[in-house]
Ligand binder design. Structure first.
Ligand SMILES: Nc1ncnc2c1ncn2[C@@H]1O[C@H](COP(=O)(O)OP(=O)(O)OP(=O)(O)O)[C@@H](O)[C@H]1O
Ligand SMILES: [Mg+2]
Length: 457
């Protein structure tokens, strides 16, 4: 455990460091508030012992800054000029305790032990809450989901890096959370980073950290996500959006579990398990020169593919029930979907997958007053018109006048949607197989399905 002692008086720093060593803690020292903030941002510190009166940034100001960025880091204030006012102010600002100088050995050790214990209990609580959070359960019992859950339980206890692929909204993040939770690292929080959300020039600093002054704006040293995830799991989301240079660094960590901060020369060794996810086709990205093939093969030791919702429509009733449970009680009442409504919903392609379904259920619960959601109500909220539905449901040629009243263009569109829907259903929602059968490019079929998605093809 690392204890940071912040005091401008050398004798106090020395005597407190001695106590830390006796108690088998690692002492770190800072002679002013600014230096203390630098150390906290660059290293993992477990507790701070800080003087109130210091030149420059004083103890209370430093305390406020620490609490702003690290609310869970326990801070004990020490002061030679102890008065009730300062003590109250410090405690209000988030200090765990206030001890008068000269600090007695017993008092300081007891206060530190209590603070560290409380901080551990808080961390445990956070993890328990995450575990109990039903939202992170993968709902569904269809064959593809059963296989996925099976693979998750096999791969979770190992330390293998996992590549999770699947379309938007299929549940890749949920899969990553499940793997982490079921692993030996599950006792610590998982660190996440969305590579697509961070500007290219900052991603290396986010992942590996940087040293003070390594680039404009780097006013303090900063620990990166790999550092923060030491002993735990790092979830790299949207991995295809990383530059080739960052990919090269990732590959090195994969091989050596070592890296350097941006602008730094010290090699940092970490023990991190990486779970990566993407909705892009990495083989196509490799062909286009955007993704390193060696990294792909390294990551792809354990590939997990999360199936799109249209390939597991059997899970629809279970998912609907789960989302109704999740949303009801949050200001909206529970509702029941009729069998006809569920059947109609199973004809929709759900291009946005489970996320689209979840949003749809929330919309239905908010927008309808009735307790029972009928086919018509669901169709209306899905944006399907009466004639559109009739025409989409009609098999070509079986209902002679199914296209009556429609223009040639509308009829052609209805036929196309109906045709593609029927073929896709016959192929269990598998786009590649359907495209092959129909002699179409997969991307072209995908585009057409996407265009028709909202209209319930
Ligand atoms: N099997 C499932 N059971 C319950 N909820 C699910 C399931 N799959 C996905 N969800 C829910 O759907 C939403 C989208 O899931 P998630 O964010 O994991 O998808 P994703 O694959 O990471 O999407 P994207 O590629 O857009 O990042 C979340 O609210 C998630 O809780
Ligand atoms: Mg995601």
């Amino acid at each position: 455990m690392k204890i940071l002692i912040v005091d401008d008086e050398v004798s106090i720093v020395e005597s407190l460091s001695g106590i830390m060593l006796d108690e088998v803690y690692t002492p770190l020292a800072a002679d002013c508030g600014e230096r203390a903030l630098e150390i906290i941002s660059a290293e993992h510190v477990d507790l701070v012992l800080m003087d109130v009166w210091m030149p420059g940034l004083d103890g209370l100001e430093t305390l406020a800054k620490v609490k702003e960025s690290y609310p869970h880091l326990p801070v004990i204030m020490i002061s030679g000029h102890g008065n009730i006012d300062t003590a109250v102010q410090a405690t209000r600002a988030g200090a765990y305790d206030f001890i008068e100088k000269p600090p007695s050995y017993d008092k300081i050790v007891l206060s530190m032990k209590n603070a560290l214990h409380l901080s551990q209990v808080e961390k445990d609580n956070l993890i328990l809450r995450q575990k109990a959070d039903k939202k992170s359960e993968l709902t569904g019992s269809s064959e593809p989901i059963r296989q996925l859950k099976d693979s998750i339980s096999r791969v979770a206890p190992t330390d293998a890096w996992v590549l999770i692929t699947g379309e938007h909204g299929t549940g890749k993040e949920l899969v990553a959370q499940s793997i982490h939770r079921l692993s030996a690292r599950g006792g610590r929080p998982m660190t996440e980073i969305n590579c697509a959300a961070i500007p290219e020039e900052l991603i290396e600093s986010e992942l590996f950290g940087h040293e003070k002054g390594s680039f404009t704006g780097a006013n303090t040293s900063k620990r990166g996500k790999f550092d923060l995830a030491d002993g735990s799991t790092l979830f790299l989301d949207e991995i295809a959006d990383m530059s080739l240079k960052t990919q090269a660094k990732i590959l090195r960590i994969l091989q050596e579990q070592k890296f350097e901060r941006v602008g730094g020369s010290k090699t940092i060794a970490v023990d991190v398990r990486v779970l990566a996810a993407t909705n892009k086709d990495l083989t196509a990205e490799i062909a286009a020169g955007n993704f390193r093939e060696d990294l792909y093969w390294r990551l792809n030791v354990v590939p997990l593919v999360v199936p799109p919702l249209r390939e597991r429509l059997g899970d629809l009733p279970e998912l609907v029930a789960a989302f109704v449970r999740e949303f009801s009680g949050k200001g909206v009442g529970a509702k029941r979907f009729t069998a006809a409504a569920l059947t109609m919903m199973a004809r929709h392609l759900w291009p946005g997958n489970v996320r689209e379904l979840r949003n749809f259920i929330e919309r239905v619960l908010i927008m309808t007053v009735e307790e029972e959601v009928t086919e018509d109500m669901a169709a209306q909220l899905l944006g399907l018109s009466e004639s559109g539905r009739k025409n989409t449901a009609a098999a070509c040629g079986q209902e002679g006048d199914a296209y009556s009243g429609l223009s040639f263009k509308e009829a052609k569109r209805c036929f196309e949607q109906d045709f593609l829907r029927t073929r896709l259903t016959a192929n269990d929602g598998n786009i590649s197989r359907t495209a092959e059968q129909l002699g179409m490019e997969r991307s072209n079929l995908h585009k057409k399905l996407k265009q028709a998605g909202g209209r319930g093809i």
